[in-house]
Design a protein around this ligand. Sequence first.
Ligand SMILES: *Cc1c(COP(=O)(O)O)cnc(C)c1O
Length: 353
Amino acid sequence: MSRPARITIDLDALRHNHRVLRRLHGGRLLAVLKADAYGHGAEACARALAEADGFAVAFGDEAMALRAAGVRAPLLVLEGVFSVAELHAAVRESWSIVVHHEAQLTMIEGCALPSGGLDVWLKLDSGMHRCGFGPDAFRAAHARLMATGKVSSITLMSHFARADESDSAFTAQQISRFDSAAAGLPGPRSLANSAGVLSWPAARRDWARCGIALYGAGAEPQAGLRPVMRVCSEVIAIREIAAGEPLGYGGRFVAARPTRVGLVAFGYADGYPRSAPDGTPVAVDGHRVPLAGRVSMDMLTVDLTALPSAREGSEVELWGRDVPVGDVAARAGTIAYELLCNAKRAPKRHVGW
Ligand SMILES: *Cc1c(COP(=O)(O)O)cnc(C)c1O
């Protein structure tokens, strides 16, 4: 028998979430599959979402891998291209590309491309100030792209910085800046990420771009979304430690009373956050027990004193159904996105084909 750490990806739940979000948004929806589909397996997710309007990835190599796997649906490259060679690949393999800064624009202007070969998503910086053109440069970039004759269509897009804060005046301001910058320009529009679709009806346009909610791991369980990833292992050993004894690296946890400790085959190299404090919930046989002691590279320890029925071989869920990934992330001072993306070591099994 091999190590019991394993990750189950529920493709039924993925399809369910996709339907919910598409219905909620109304327009078309790009399923965001960057970073190996937030750790869920991009190829399997693309196959499971055969009905999707299209997919988005971060960069060319991710797009290339999906095309090589036989994915034919529209594909948007969110960071755009890094070289002329990638521009040619975009035309050849028909990826749509985001253009978000001057160097990408001059690259398109300066290289020899077939006329009307490129599908561009032009990005406005509406206030996040991470990337994208400011309002004046945005309109100028639009005119320059049209003048090249190399572009078949331009979708106008922007990205939210604070859409997960439901009453943020900042998001309202981003929407109105987008509308003024885009006024009078032709072409489809795209604003909303997951939080935009869930909390900002005013952000709904032609295309939504959803990642985290597709995986059922938004800030709160909303709209009946279901978790797609379930990360499990087993209790591999149990011991008693006496009151006053420390447990694990640095002796962070000290037993306040005689304590029954369960050792679990899962650690930070498997993607469990090392920053998780004592008390972070872990589900053993479906019951929540507290993490106790620092997370090690390949193992972690839980306090089983309140769960006498637990034994060696008991199932442990690190996150998924009984413990939402967002709860673990919040305890560890991070976000669900990071935990999902880091679940790279334990073997993954896709179910619900
Ligand atoms: C990653 C990304 C998204 C998806 O964001 P979620 O919050 O996961 O829905 C949308 N748009 C852009 C530009 C992105 O980079």
